[in-house]
Design a protein around this ligand. Structure first.
Ligand code: GRF
Length: 190
């Protein structure tokens, strides 16, 4: 059984989706073995409800080195699911090809420093974009710059607000995240 470590900072609805799709078999032969949060958040409650081991490492300059120490060597994939700290380049290098993130926009547009949460959706509206969506990509030291694994968009209509876009993006994320994870786990020579 492959082992997935999930990093969260917030509500953890994507974490929930990954737990559920591991259980249903949509993500094959894998389980969430550890949840790590950088702050108190509902993601930790979700982990506890499913009896998944969890750790809280407070955000700050030592986060990446403390994280490196607690992630088991036999971890197959590290998944950032609504995780807000920036990981150190050495950590990204150490786990290269085995660490992914979901971003609530169609990268390479609307990525990089400051582009997180509602900031992204407000920027999309401001720019009068005709579409938005979600992207699963590899994590590298460049923020939101790693290779794209899977991406899906939808049309923005005149009645959309930043909030309605955020909701629609969550639905896209619930579709593409399990697919991307399955794809990676099944292509790794592990
Ligand atoms: C998602 O939209 C994700 O793309 C972004 O933060 C949100 C996290 O939502 N990075 P949740 O905590 O999974 O509900």
């Amino acid at each position: 059984m492959k082992k997935i470590v999930i990093l969260v900072s917030g509500s953890g609805s994507n974490l929930q989706r990954i737990i559920d799709t591991c259980q249903s078999g949509e993500i094959q032969n894998a389980k969430v073995s550890l949840v790590v949060a950088d702050r108190e958040c509902y993601g930790l409650v979700r982990a506890a409800k499913h009896h998944i081991k969890s750790e809280l490492i407070p955000k700050g300059k030592n986060f990446s080195s403390e994280l490196a120490q607690i992630i088991p060597e036999d971890t197959d994939l590290i998944v950032l699911a609504g995780f807000l700290s920036i990981l150190k380049p050495e950590f990204c290098e150490q786990w290269k090809g085995k660490i992914i993130n979901i971003h609530p926009a169609l990268l390479p547009k609307f990525g990089g420093k400051g582009m997180w949460g509602m900031h992204v959706h407000h920027a999309v509206i401001e720019a009068k974009e005709k579409e938005s969506g979600a992207t699963v990509h590899y994590v590298t030291s460049g923020i939101d710059e790693g290779e794209i694994i899977l991406q899906e968009g939808f049309a923005i209509d005149d009645t959309d607000t930043a909030e309605s876009i955020a909701e629609k993006i969550h639905l896209v994320e619930f579709e593409i995240f399990p697919k991307a994870i399955n794809k990676i786990l099944n292509s790794h020579a592990i």
